[in-house]
Design a protein around this ligand. Structure first.
Ligand code: ADP
Ligand code: ADP
Length: 239
């Protein structure tokens, strides 16, 4: 069955116009979905509803067979543990080294003292190292995050998300702060690692050409509604 089943999802922020209108959508395992649309269309709101960073006003979100929109406490933490997040501004700890930033992906799945005192197991360290190697950062393990380029920071962000061993990756404008060359490197890695691990990926982008290059499915959003849902080939230029 589908990995995500979204039914009649709506979001209205306090005192504001409606950001999402009655979205119904199914996403299958291993899809690489790109959501495109102009600024203010509702892309971020949709992504944030999926992991409950934003509480939907109405609707249901079944993730991996469970209703994440109703989940609370331990159940919500457990479901969120299966969702890796990638952010526009990377959200790394700037004065912490690359390896520890990646190990932070384990937060919540290790006892608090392990993360507090950096007492990660050799196995976890090896996993983090191997992830960093797949994105070409094996020589930057002990550099502080703040000393990296934007493209390098986002590659660390990808590794941190993968460290959770998620089944779903959500990336909210992952390349919006990067130059075209770094954007290509980051998208190439994101596509490669998610394919290799059979992960499902949902990425917000505003560049149609980039969406067409990587997506197995493109969803166009405008004013809180889905205006297109199809393959790159089906997407006409006029969206
Ligand atoms: P996009 O990601 O496509 O740029 P957003 O989901 O950020 O769109 O925003 C959709 C709409 O919701 C916009 O009108 C935006 O101003 C509004 N919005 C987003 N976040 C908030 C918020 N925290 N409070 C109030 N309104 C918001
Ligand atoms: P983006 O283009 O990535 O959506 P924005 O500048 O629109 O970035 O939003 C940045 C932050 O401000 C987000 O956390 C968003 O939820 C919030 N936000 C956006 N629009 C509004 C709004 N109208 N009122 C309150 N908060 C908003």
């Amino acid at each position: 069955g589908p990995l995500l089943k979204i039914t009649n999802l709506s979001k209205r922020y306090d005192g504001n116009k409606i950001a999402l209108k009655n979205i119904t959508l199914e996403i299958q395992p291993k899809e690489f979905v790109v959501i495109i649309g102009p600024s203010g269309a509702g892309k971020s709101t949709l992504i944030r509803c999926l992991n409950q960073l934003v509480k939907p006003s109405e609707g249901e979100i079944i993730f991996d067979g469970e209703d994440i929109s109703k989940a609370k406490g331990k159940k919500l933490r457990q479901l969120r543990g299966k969702i890796g997040m990638i952010f526009q501004h990377y959200n790394l700890i700037s004065r912490t080294n690359v390896l520890k930033n990646v190990l932070n992906g384990k937060l919540g799945s290790v006892p608090f003292w392990v993360s507090t005192f950096g007492l990660y197991s050799q196995e976890d360290r090896l996993q983090a190292y191997n992830l960093l190697k797949t994105v070409g950062l094996q020589d930057s393990l002990y550099q502080q995050a703040k000393d990296l380029s934007g493209g390098q920071m986002q590659r660390v962000g990808i590794c941190r998300a993968l460290m959770q061993e998620p089944s779903l990756i959500l990336a909210d404008e992952p390349i919006a702060s990067l130059d075209p060359k770094s954007s290509e490197v980051v998208m190439d890695y994101l596509k490669k690692v998610t394919e290799e691990r059979d992960l499902t990926c949902i990425v917000n982008l505003h560049q149609v050409e980039v969406a067409k290059k990587y997506a197995t499915r493109i969803i166009g959003v405008r004013e809180g509604e889905i205006v297109f849902d199809g393959t790159s080939e089906e997407l006409s230029e006029d969206i």
